[in-house]
Design a protein around this ligand. Structure first.
Ligand code: ATP
Length: 589
């Protein structure tokens, strides 16, 4: 990935657009700082030469006062520049972070299979924080440092051209060296950041599975894996540090040589009476001052390499880079415009739908069925036959590769997703309880929903008695480290969320799969209440939970429809698959 890191940073420009005023202020401050830095050695020269040649106390006092003003000015400008730079960095990286989070929230579920949360956190936090270092008007600073270098050389020429001749090749040589070295460390930096993100993903996954790991005696193995990964990260970090440190070290070395040379030349000129003491001091001050921008440029280029590697990874995450995947069924979720589902209970239609997650590995083939408004469809089939996929297509999480999926007469792929989701609810066996008040867990942080609606929804979901026993009612803190909930209660909370939204179409993907028979019995009445008077598609392994279904879709192992029809008719037909399924399940109970 060698090449100019600046090329990779072009993506950041739009995040700086909102910072025009701060950037303009910075553009004023930076040259002022340069001017003040350049003027200080001149004043010093005047003071020293004046003192040696017996200038009046008044003149010397004035010179000392101006030196003080210049020094304070440099300090004030430095603080102002730092403050403005930090403000620009924070605000622009916050916008970038918000974009990243928004993008991740709008991705289909496959995205989260490809990128575990730990990796995403490292990118949104680690990579974005690294960018903050360069967002703070980096280019402006590079330009300013370049100006300072030129200014110092000009001032030196004016003071003593022979000294300037010592420094000019040094400065030019250093900049040329930077040009050749820049970008060389990037592959190493990229590798280090990738391994660091993988390690975060690994840690997040293992911590989430801590109970399983302990129960299966896999803790030691996990620690060994962690050791291997840390070793790998250490090696990558060492290689990246070696590659990055080469040029600051070279610049330091060259700069030390140039200062020694400057000392030798100025003492030689001074001893021959061709250089005043003040000019010698001023020249040496410039020599020392020159190291600063050169080192700053060097360090900034190192930051640039780090940032460019981060930008490359963020571009991949945002789907602009080579790493993005765009198979027929994997499209970004964000979709606005298009029709909105009408109020009430929508009908549902799958028309010759085929779908695959991976090319040439069909999951659904030529699937068709129709549901009238208010009808319930039970979807059954073996594990992996594509039942959940039917539900995901209907929820707009994936697009069919061929055929069409419609709800309320509208093609789901063309409807406004936000409007679709407000009319369609999906209940799965996964329920996320946020570390937040019960109220926020129900409304997803919408404080406008009145308490009596929340209580009614909890009642409908069968959580009324549970709510009344809570010491802080709707304000009770739930989630990690706070009040725990049983799997059944969590599932009831999920139902309460759906009752609140009052959708016309409910999709259920084995909502009772995690529950024991007792909890299941508690949940079933709430499930039935939820489906009442709504269109529903219910994926279910347990046939007794499908007794209220109007129609049944049986998916075969090849992803094709093995059977479809009215439940009562199929159940009564001894040659039907449903009949066999019911009998087998009954025998197993
Ligand atoms: N994100 C994905 N990427 C690739 N393949 C996937 C993905 N999700 C599911 N599959 C595959 O697609 C097939 C159908 O999956 P689906 O989850 O729809 O099956 P299912 O009938 O609901 O299974 P189960 O009863 O076990 O929940 C399976 O072979 C599964 O491995």
């Amino acid at each position: 990935m060698a090449g100019s890191p600046l090329r990779h940073l072009s993506m950041l420009v739009r995040y700086l657009r909102g910072e025009r005023t701060a950037m303009a202020l910075l553009a004023l401050l930076v040259p002022s700082g340069i001017g003040l830095q350049l003027v200080a050695p001149y004043l010093l020269r005047g003071f020293i030469d004046g003192a040696l040649s017996g200038d009046s106390q008044e003149t010397l006092r004035d010179l000392a006062a101006w030196s003080l003003v210049a020094a304070v000015g440099v300090l004030v400008v430095t603080i102002g520049t730092e403050a403005l730079s930090s403000r620009i960095a924070w605000r622009s990286t916050n916008r970038l972070r918000a974009d990243l989070v928004g993008h991740c929230l709008s991705r289909p579920p496959d995205f989260y299979h490809e990128h575990p949360p730990g990796e995403l956190v490292e990118r949104m936090d680690g990579d974005v924080t690294r960018l903050a270092a360069v967002m703070s008007a980096l280019l402006l600073e590079l330009l300013a440092q370049a100006l300072l270098i030129v200014g110092i050389l000009v001032a030196l020429f004016r003071l003593e051209w022979r000294l300037a001749l010592v420094f000019a090749p040094f400065a030019a040589g250093t900049l040329l060296l930077l040009r050749t070295l820049v970008g060389r460390a990037m592959p190493f930096v990229t590798a280090r950041q990738r391994v660091a993100a993988d390690l975060q993903g690994f840690l997040e996954e293992r911590l989430a599975a801590a109970e399983d790991l302990r129960a299966n005696g896999a803790s030691r193995y996990t620690l060994r894996q962690l050791g291997d990964r840390q070793e790998d990260l250490y090696r990558r970090a060492r290689d990246a540090a070696r590659a990055s440190v080469r040029w600051p070290a070279t610049v330091q070395g060259l700069s030390a040589v140039s200062v020694v040379l400057a000392l030798a030349v100025s003492s030689w000129l001074h001893s021959r009476g061709q250089l005043s003491t003040g000019t010698a001091f001023a020249s040496l001050s410039y020599a020392m001052l020159l190291r600063r921008p050169l080192l700053a440029v060097t360090t900034r280029f190192r930051d640039l390499e780090d940032a460019a590697a981060s930008v490359q990874r963020l571009r991949d995450l945002l789907g602009h880079g080579a790493g993005s995947k765009d198979l027929p069924g994997h499209r970004t979720e964000r979709r606005t415009g298009g029709g909105a589902l009408p109020a009430g209970r929508p009908g549902v239609r799958f028309d010759r739908v085929s779908f695959c997650y991976e090319p040439d590995e069909p999951v659904l083939q030529d699937v068709s069925f129709t549901l009238r408004p208010g009808e319930h469809l039970g979807v059954v089939g073996r594990t992996g036959s594509g039942k959940s996929t039917v539900v995901r297509l209907l929820f707009g999480l994936h697009h069919p590769v061929t055929g069409s999926v419609s709800a309320g007469g509208l093609d789901v792929t063309k409807t406004d997703l936000r409007a679709l989701r407000s009319r369609v609810a999906l209940v799965t066996q996964e329920v996320h309880v946020f570390h937040a008040a019960l109220r926020d867990n129900l409304t997803f942080f919408d404080r406008a929903v009145p308490d009596d609606r929340l209580r009614a929804a909890l009642d409908e979901a069968g959580l009324g008695p549970w709510l009344r026993a809570l010491p802080h009612g709707l304000d009770t803190l739930l989630g990690a480290g706070a009040r725990g909930m049983s799997a059944g209660e969590e599932q009831q909370l999920a139902l309460a969320r759906v009752f609140l939204r009052d959708p016309g179409l409910v999709l259920m993907d084995e909502p009772t799969a995690r529950l024991d028979p007792y909890s299941e019995r508690l949940l079933v009445p709430a499930l039935e209440r939820l489906l009442e008077d709504r269109t529903a598609v219910v994926v279910e392994h347990r046939p007794h939970l499908l007794l209220n279904a109007d129609r049944i879709l049986v998916l075969g192992d090849d992803g094709k429809v093995a059977e479809e029809g009215e439940r009562a008719v199929l159940a009564a037909d001894p040659s039907s698959r449903l009949h066999t399924f019911l009998r087998t399940a009954e025998a197993a109970r």
